[in-house]
Design a protein around this ligand. Structure first.
Ligand SMILES: *[C@@H]1O[C@H](CO)[C@@H](O)[C@H](O)[C@H]1NC(C)=O
Ligand SMILES: *[C@@H]1O[C@H](CO)[C@@H](O)[C@H](O)[C@H]1NC(C)=O
Ligand SMILES: *[C@@H]1O[C@H](CO)[C@@H](O)[C@H](O)[C@H]1NC(C)=O
Ligand SMILES: *[C@@H]1O[C@H](CO)[C@@H](O)[C@H](O)[C@H]1NC(C)=O
Ligand SMILES: *[C@@H]1O[C@H](CO)[C@@H](O)[C@H](O)[C@H]1NC(C)=O
Ligand SMILES: *[C@@H]1O[C@H](CO)[C@@H](O)[C@H](O)[C@H]1NC(C)=O
Length: 866
């Protein structure tokens, strides 16, 4: 039952695509718009392991065959570097085993942990012979110990790994053999090395993402132990599924665990794991892949909070979620929850069910605390066999860990989150905010806060210019030294936590709703409050976005333009906030830009066929609504003037020099340009008839050159492309072509299906599609039922797909949706007409068509809408 539910939910994703998810980042900073510090060396790649030493202000970077020590305040400053290469001999041996000599048979640094003040413990894959060593931080040289790193570092650089150093002992999650088929969670320790049992109930093809220690409350009297938590996704044993159903897990072990005396000798006696839940129940969405975790520990918090980023297993629409868990919820599951046990049904088939029998005492998997000690169980070595045997057979809890608020903190579409760190900051009015920094697989960083049960994404920053995934993310949150460090295949980037100085007006500074930023009226600047030595009362900040206490001066500067009859003017105005709307006013009235006389571009207004009535003052306003309050500010002011017709000049047939307009010397704060009617008359037709967005001025155009004028410093002089998810126009085209062929392929497939040329696969595909639609139905006879129902709804489905296409018009790619409609509609009606007198098979096919098309049109819409 559960398995089927899960199956429905996963497939539900395919269909439930029309739902709009997630807040839009208010600001999109392109890579070149913000000042970030980069570090990378030629010939060195895969900068994927980072370690920050806050007291020394050093960032250690583990890359391929190199370890660097960088100045954490400015990572461009390299302090040390150490080459750690694979010997020729090992490389050849590795290549003989069928691995790539150029890539896999290298040394990828995977473990960098602080051992003590003078040593780092480091491990590398070392051509599939994992090796660990001690790095002396004074000489920056390896000790040459070359310890066998098996169980601490993966063999294969592509395999998952995680590690944490606790009191000089390394805890790691990785794989134990060459093939990567034997997963292990182990403690490397001279006194008491421990590991997991090699058995499916313990670990089943896990993908490790994170490990950290949570110290016991020093003041509590129960003598609890410190605990080490591991986070991973593994193949489910408890749910049945056609394929492999992945489950996100949290596992924990106790620090003082010594293993068992007979049973579980040198194995964990405290290894327990539970399922982490991150779902939206009413939308039937299950986020079952965990990508990263951050544990927020702060003196201002009653208990640590675990933040995880998740994505669904079948992520065809690119959904991601952030879920947060209270530590007490986690502890209660392990301390009081029910266990699961396997039961054999029908010979070889095993099923995992809740264990309702008697639980041995002391409780299996519990850490040794004062209560256990009182009963004379001084260490795990004293534990009775009954308890040990039980925990060996029942490492999985039946209870799951539910997120705070029973739903995700944040759900976002069109993005895959890979990394997360969280900073806890006190805003000006003393309210505390947990600011989440989330890295994406496209090299971007989202910064979000939770506000009144909703999320606000303050900004999106492109950290890596080549759109590669953020692989590691670290936060340094010391006062006055707040930085983020991100590692990727090509290098490391250091970013400030906020870009307050980018906001040039009070309204902009306050509307950012950034807890790091406040407006300083005296200096008329937006400042980072954590960089100032003391807080002043006059500063303005409002995380709710109420900017009414701002008193920005009205912009007095304006740009003059003179024009000739019938020419075209381009008035520039750019708007950075993705949540604001641009409104144009002419002589203090809102301009009806829908009229064919105007065309509103992303960063300008075009006015065609200028005549005397068009002269006057044009104002460009940005209007942003926050909680029913509208804040508007003037972004630019343009004055248009009709040029006196000079009868002595040559007629309009003379070809005007195109440079004429631009060569004019700018006046104090105004630029005067002019166009000639000669060109306009011939090119004027083009912009009106074409549906494509015109990004370059057409023909002779009056250009304001506003971006070059210093006085307009609030107008960003860079191009705010709001297409972060699409790399470039080229990619856009490629995507479109890909989609086009894919749709064509689908058409052919469904046609062939419909004709019955592919009976077997067809039936399977069809039933799968049906399962997705009808979540409450469980077998194929129900599929028939759902087909009958959907046949009735069919009209509404195609109608819906039409609606989804509408917004795509805005992009100017008019031909695509039109073409799509003409392809879809006839096919649809033809099928439905014939379906009436065809047998059941055809009806299911019809269903396939009507449900796949909307989802791909939806995708197309998403791409076009950007
Ligand atoms: C640091 O650890 C190394 C290796 O275990 C040890 O040799 C050294 O004495 C330690 N140094 C200090 C200062 O504790
Ligand atoms: C190392 O980086 C290269 C690109 O520089 C990438 O293709 C490769 O997959 C990376 N390898 C690993 C193991 O991350
Ligand atoms: C422990 O108790 C002391 C005194 O009661 C207090 O000052 C301290 O903050 C407490 N520590 C923690 C971690 O609660
Ligand atoms: C988690 O902790 C917070 C504060 O400590 C509390 O308000 C909230 O109710 C807790 N949530 C759950 C699910 O326990
Ligand atoms: C601080 O400001 C926020 C946002 O306006 C508001 O929700 C909160 O109640 C304020 N806190 C205090 C202590 O005034
Ligand atoms: C331009 O405007 C004039 C009136 O101002 C009008 O007579 C003429 O038809 C317009 N030309 C175009 C191409 O719209």
């Amino acid at each position: 039952m559960m398995a089927l539910c899960a199956l429905y939910a996963v497939w539900g994703l395919v269909v439930e695509v029309a739902i709009a998810f997630g807040p839009v980042p208010r600001i999109t900073w392109e890579h070149r718009e913000v000042q970030l510090i980069h570090f990378h060396e030629s010939e060195v790649s895969n900068y994927s392991t980072l370690l920050l030493s806050e007291d020394k202000d050093v960032l250690y970077v583990g890359a391929r065959e190199v370890i660097f020590a960088l100045n954490a305040v400015n990572i461009a400053e390299k302090q040390h570097e150490l080459h750690w290469k694979v010997t020729e001999d090992k490389r050849t041996k590795c290549a003989v085993k069928g691995k790539s000599e150029q890539t896999e048979c290298r040394n990828y640094v995977r473990v960098l942990q602080q051992l003590n003040d003078t040593f780092l413990y480091v491990c590398g894959t070392n051509a599939f012979q994992p090796t660990c060593d001690y790095l002396n931080l004074i000489s920056f040289e390896l000790g040459g110990k070359n310890e066998d790193g098996k169980g601490r570092c993966p063999f294969d650089p592509a395999q998952s790994y995680t590690s944490v150093m606790v009191d000089g002992e390394l805890y790691s999650g990785t794989s134990y053999n060459f093939l990567g088929s034997e997963p292990i969670i182990s403690r490397h320790s001279t006194q008491s090395p421990l590991r997991t049992e090699y058995a499916i109930p313990w670990l089943n093809e896990p993908n490790f993402v994170f490990a950290d220690v949570i110290r016991a409350d020093q003041n509590s009297t129960d003598g609890e132990d410190d605990k080490i938590y591991f986070f991973f996704t593994e193949v489910s044993v408890e749910y049945e599924f056609v394929g492999k159903l992945m489950i996100p897990r949290i596992a924990r072990v106790c620090k003082r665990d010594q293993g068992g005396l007979r049973t579980l000798q040198k194995k964990w006696t405290s290894f327990l794991k539970a399922r982490l839940i991150c779902t939206i129940p009413d939308k039937n969405l299950i986020f079952n892949i965990i990508n990263d975790v951050f544990i927020l520990k702060s003196p201002t918090l009653k208990e640590p909070v675990i933040y995880g980023v998740f994505s669904p297993q079948l992520n065809n629409v690119g959904l991601s979620a952030v879920c947060a868990y209270n530590l007490s919820t986690v502890e209660n599951v392990f301390l009081k929850g029910k266990y699961m046990q396997s039961a054999t049904v029908e010979q070889s088939h095993t099923k995992w069910v809740r264990y309702n029998g008697e639980i041995p005492n002391p409780r299996p998997g519990a850490c040794i605390n004062n209560e256990a000690r009182a009963s004379n169980y001084m260490s795990s070595l004293n534990l009775p066999d009954k308890t040990l045997q039980f925990v060996k057979d029942h490492p999985l809890m039946d209870d799951s860990v539910t997120p705070v608020g029973d739903r995700p903190r944040l759900v976002k579409r069109d993005v895959k989150y890979t990394q997360i760190v969280v900073d806890r900051v006190r805003a000006l009015n003393s309210t505390i905010y947990d600011v989440m920094f989330i890295g994406t697989d496209q090299g971007a960083l989202h910064k979000a806060i939770s506000y009144e049960n909703g999320m606000h994404i303050i900004e999106e920053t492109q950290l890596f210019p080549n759109f590669e995934p953020v692989q590691t993310l670290l936060l340094s949150s010391r006062r006055g030294r707040r930085y983020l460090y991100a590692g990727s295949n090509s290098g490391v980037v250091q970013s400030p936590v906020a870009f307050c100085d980018k906001y040039t007006t009070c309204v902009d500074c306050v509307l950012a709703r950034d807890p790091y930023c406040a407006w300083k009226p005296l200096e008329a600047s937006c400042i980072d409050i954590f960089k100032e030595s003391e807080v002043e009362r006059s500063w303005i900040q409002n995380i709710g976005g109420d900017a009414s206490s701002c008193s920005d001066k009205v912009r007095e500067n304006s740009l003059q333009h003179t024009f000739k009859h019938g020419s075209t003017a381009e008035l520039k105005c750019s708007q950075k906030s993705n949540l604001a709307q641009v409104v144009w006013k002419f002589k203090d009235d809102v301009l009806r830009v829908e009229s064919p006389k105007y065309r509103l571009l992303e960063k300008a207004l075009l006015i065609f066929n200028l005549s005397e009535g068009d002269s006057g003052v044009y104002q460009c306003l940005s209007e942003e609504k926050v909680k029913n309050k509208k804040f508007s500010q003037v972004l630019a002011k343009h004055v248009l003037e009709l040029k006196k017709i000079q009868h002595t000049t040559a007629g309009p047939t003379t070809a005007a020099a195109p440079t004429e307009g631009n060569s004019r010397v700018p006046k104090v704060s105004a630029v005067s340009t002019e166009g000639s009617t000669a060109h306009t008359s011939t090119t004027l037709m083009v912009p009106i008839t074409t549906a494509r967005i015109v990004t370059k001025p057409i023909g002779p155009v009056l250009t304001s050159a506003a971006s070059k004028t210093e006085h307009f410093n609030s107008i960003p002089d860079t191009v705010p492309e709001k297409t972060m998810f699409l790399k470039s126009n080229d990619n856009f085209l490629l995507m479109f072509l890909f989609l086009f062929f894919f749709i064509l392929f689908l058409c052919l497939l469904s046609y062939n299906c419909y004709k019955g040329y592919l009976p077997g696969q067809c039936l399977k595909f069809r039933s799968v599609m049906l399962l997705g639609k009808k979540k409450t139905k469980s077998d194929f006879s129900d599929c028939e039922q759902s087909v009958k129902e959907t046949l009735v709804e069919q009209g509404s489905v195609s109608h819906q797909s039409g609606e989804q296409l509408k917004p795509a018009h805005d992009t100017g790619y008019e031909t695509e949706p039109d073409y799509g409609n003409s392809q879809l509609q006839p096919g649809d009606s033809q099928v439905s007409r014939e379906a009436k007198d065809k047998p059941f098979d055809v009806k299911c096919e019809l269903n396939l068509i009507s449900y796949t098309f909307p989802s791909y049109w939806y995708l197309l819409f998403v791409l076009c809408g950007k």
